[in-house]
Design a protein around this ligand. Sequence first.
Ligand SMILES: [Zn+2]
Length: 533
Amino acid sequence: MAGLTVEIYDTTLRDGAQQEGMNLSVADKMAIAALLDELGVGVIEGGWPGAVPKDTDFFSLVAKELTFKNAQFAAFGMTRRAGTSAGSDPQVRALLDSEAPIITLVAKSDVRHVERALRVSGDENLAMISETVAFLVGEGHRVLLDAEHFFDGYRYDCEYAVRALLAGAEAGASTLVLCDTNGGMLPDEVDRIVTEVAARTTTTLGIHAHNDSGCAVANSMAAVAAGALHVQGCVNGYGERTGNADLIAVAANLELKRGAIALKSGGLRESTRLSHAISEITNIAPFPRQPYVGASAFAHKAGLHASAIKVDPDLYQHTDPAGVGNDMRMLVSEMAGRASIELKGKELGFDLAGQGELLTRVTERVKNAEAQGYTFDAADASFELLLRSELGEAPRYWTVENWAVNVASTPGDPKNANAEAVVKLRAGGEQRILTVGEGNGPVNALDHALRQAVSTVYPEIGRFDLVDFKVRIMDASHGTDAVTRVLITTVDTETGRSWRTVGVGPNVIEASWEALTDALFYGLLKADVVPIP
Ligand SMILES: [Zn+2]
C-alpha cells in the first residue's frame, strides 16, 4: 500500500447528520465544510439538493461563497424514478442545479430491495442506473455510484449485485462504491467480496461502511487492502445508529501504518484540533476514547510505568501522537501542550518559538481555563485575546462597572415574558455610560444594553451580527458544580469575517456576557479600531 493514493470522501453533512441528536443549520454546514477542507479530505458531500430544502439552500450558498483549497464538492441523489427519463426527473435536475462537480448516485444493488422496496423489476433498476449515470456524465459531471446494501445483496444474489455495478461502470461512473448499509459485515468477508468484484471490473472501487458490527474502520481497511481506492465515511465516526467509518482513524491508519496518501496538505497533523473544532459545531461532545484524536487516546495513567514512559514513550504507544496533532498526557489534566500552543499561536500570526517562559505561562492559563470548562479548539478569537493578554497586547475598549438583568414572566402566559438589562461602563475617555436594554430573554437584553452603551464610541459594533449561540452544560466533575459554556459565532457584515468566542460561568447569563464581550472586543480589534477606554 505504500505510496498508494486513496481518495477520502466525507459524508458528514448528509449521512453523518442522520445521527440522533445532530441538527445542523446551513451556517453550521458552511463552517464544517471549511474545516473538512482544511483537514484535507478529497471530496466533501454536501447533502441531497432537491430532496431536502435546507440542503438546496446550502448548495447555492457554497456555489456563491465557498472556495475549497483541497476538496471537491459532491451532491448526493437517487437514480431516476421508474418509468421516466433521467433528464425529465426533477430530482435529477436538482442535482445539476446544485452546481456540484461530483454527483453521487445511490442505487439499489440488492435484488430483494429492488423488488420489495423500490417495487420495480430487476431490469428496470439496471436501466435506471445506466441512464441516470450516462445522463449526468453527459452533462460533464464526475459520477460516483453508491451501491446501497451491496454486501448483503452480493451474499444473496452476487450476479445481480455485480450487474448493478457494471451498469454504472459501463455508463461512465468513475467509482463504484460498495456500501455496507446495514453495517454488519466483518473484515474477512469484505476482503473476499471486494477481491471477487475487483476481478470483474477495471473501474475504481470504493467502500462505504457503517459501524454496526464495530468494524467500520477495519472493513474500510480490508476493502483498501483488497483493491478499493476510495473510502467514504464521516469525521469523528458520526452517523445514524452506531455511526459511519471514522475517517480520521481510516486516514491515520492508511498514512501512518501503511504509508498510503489519504489527506492532503499534512491535514493529519491537524486532525485532533479539527476533529474537536467540528464537534463544537455539531454540539456533540467529543468522544474521549476516539482513536488517534480523543483526549484519552494517548493519556497514560501515572503509576508503575510512569518513569519508563518518560524515558521512552515509544514503548507505550502505538504511534507518535504528534502525527495526528495529539499529545501524550501523563496526568489527569486537560489537553494543551506547549507545542500545540506554539502551533496555534503561529496559526494566528504570533511567533512564540523560543519564548519558553511565555509559552509556559500561556499553557498554564489554557490548562486552568480548560479545567474550568473552557474550550479553545473552536474559539480561536477567545484564545487570541488570552494570548494577547499574556503578551501585554490585550485591547481594552471599555471597563465595565457592573450589569444586572431582570426577567419578568406572567404564569400561564410565556409570550409575555420579557427581560430588562442595565449596563454601567466607562468608555470614550472615561465617560460613565448607563444604558437599559430590553429583550425576549436575559442574554438578548444584555446584548442590547451593551451594544447601546458602546455604540456611540464605537459605531463599528453595528456591523457585528451574532449568528450562532450554543450552550452546553458541562458535567460536574472533581466535586465541583456543573458549569455552563457558551460558544458564540459573530460575523462582521461588512467584511464577511466570522469568529467564535467562548464564555464559561455558573449560569448561562454569566457565560454569555463573557463570550459577548470577547466577541465585540475581537471584532473591534480586527476592524483596526483604536481603543478609547
Ligand atoms: Zn450510509
